[in-house]
Design a protein around this ligand. Structure first.
Ligand SMILES: [Zn+2]
Length: 175
């Protein structure tokens, strides 16, 4: 059974038409995270999301980010070290897609070991670095890392929160 990370799953998701975005060519090497545009994504958010996804792929391969992550020896909620986490993060291709939920503080959700990252467009008009943090956080869920309950309190040293933060700090190398 899949474990839902985050608070939300909209039943309407299954009926949305999803098409590949032409903005990022298939051949862009090597893409780990790819944007998928759905017809309900606001145009203003889409521009931000395409940019954030592009930057997230750059940050994943950035030497400063890699070094910071690989030199992290321990995390909460996982017995693996930074080297193992880094390797696993690059092992899976995911797609970024959107949903809209007004009355929630959840920025995003993904299924543990799932292939898709769902971002709430209520919160997608943010700084690119902050969006990269969220995308990378969700990417770690997609490769199997957790932080226990959905509350962010005291989760700073879990893989998703720590690696997301490292990605945000290293976004500057990719802008
Ligand atoms: Zn999370």
């Amino acid at each position: 059974m899949k474990l839902l990370i985050g608070l939300l799953l909209l039943a309407s998701c299954a009926t949305k038409t999803i098409t590949n975005s032409p903005e990022i060519p298939e051949s862009t090497p090597p893409v780990v995270i790819e944007i998928k545009e759905d017809i309900f994504t606001p145009k203003t958010s889409l521009k931000n999301l395409i940019e954030a996804t592009k930057i997230a792929n750059c940050v994943i391969r950035n030497e400063h980010f890699k070094k910071a992550l690989e030199s992290t020896l321990t995390f909460d909620y996982s017995s693996e070290n930074g080297k193992a986490v880094y390797k696993k993060m690059l092992s899976k291709k995911t797609t970024v897609t959107t949903y809209y939920k007004r009355y929630t503080s959840a920025l995003a959700y993904t299924y543990l070991n799932g292939d898709e990252i769902y971002l709430n467009t209520k919160y997608t008009l943010r700084e690119i670095a902050s969006l990269v943090n969220t995308i990378i956080h969700e990417q770690t869920h997609a490769v199997g890392y957790t932080h226990g309950s959905n509350s962010p309190q005291g989760k700073g040293l879990s893989v998703p929160y720590r690696v997301g933060e490292l990605a945000e700090l290293n976004t500057k190398w990719c802008l």
